[in-house]
Design a binder for this molecule. Sequence first.
Ligand code: DGY
Length: 428
Amino acid sequence: MAVQDTSGIFDHAVEVLRENDRGTYTVPTKGLYPFQWNWDSCLTALGQSHVDEARAWTEIETLFEHQWPDGMVPHIVFHVFDDGYFPGPNVWNTGRPTPTSGITQPAVAGFAVRRLFDRAKDKALATERALRLLPKIDLWHRWFYQNRDPKGEGLVAILHPWESGRDNSIDWDQAFERVPTEGIEPYTRRDTQHADPAHRPTKAQYDRYVYLVELFRGLGWDNTQLHDASPFQVVDPGFNAILIRACADLADLAEQLGETAIAEANRERAERGLLALETLWSDEHSQYRCRDRVSGTLVESHSLGGLLPAFAAIPQARAAAIARTVERHAQTARFLVPSHDPSDPRFEQKRYWRGPVWLVTNYMVADGLFAAGEREIANRIVQSSLELIQESGFAEYYDPLTGEPCGGGRFTWTAAMVIEFLDQAARR
Ligand code: DGY
């Protein structure tokens, strides 16, 4: 199907962004996610910048106003009261002036800020706003390597699946076996009241999500203790690749703006990270794999997390191999890029991150594959994304076999990515 009437899609995407705009931050979607989420906001700013550059900078600034003193940037900021989401501020109990969660999310801010700056029409505004954000993002990057890479391996671990953004990926199943569920406080899920339970994580997974939150809360959210105390420590290639790309982008931007110390520190982080990422490569899988840091083993899983490193400056041969893996998925999936290999028996076409297509990850994989010269498959990913919008609207995610919309509706970051895809298509 060829995508026509792109101006209609653009206008509709802008309408979705406006609908979810709360003035200084944007909610991912009404009902299901009524607060500010970390990586949602940074990617949303990219879409907003095509309509209002100042508003886009504000989106990221608002997030960083809630950075913790140690440098961590939380995954949720609970700006206003809303009892429609679990776990709410009382469960996290992080003691922040404006309540926040106590874990973080993929570090897309460095990438987003550089992209906002590079294409800014108002360079004076962009320079002023970027200069204010640079030290804060640098502090967050430093926090990652200090607290999540205590042995200096060059790669950071996530301590909770929610940190990866790919909440219920098959990648976490093995490590989750060692996360107990006994003794957790009784709770009522709210997500399944807003979205089809068959599209969401299972109860067994939720119990473990809650266990980890309660464990970390019991340690007073002291980031110097959480890594070693957590039974869940996973080195996710996708998460690391996003951080590596963000470090490299922040380094470039800092250099342009004369902030040499920030540039050097981030260049060094990116270079070390890229070298260490090699230890996660699997020729057999033709992609990267997660490492379970507690057991020391590589995880047997062909997930999108192992394709996302295309977003960082990985060796050309690795990017080419990832491109071939995505092409292989295209033999089974009508829409790219499924979040798990559709030929794996564990693949579930509608269940959140165990199979569905997400436009944000499409954007990152396509961006990396374009940069690596893999234009044909990158163009197919963009085309697939726009076809999904035309067929199924601005959903949270999509069934890769049928294109059916899943999860929440009228989703902010989906709309933002559509605006980005349309802009890129117009430039090409
Ligand atoms: C959810 O509620 O499912 C989120 O992904 C965690 O923030």
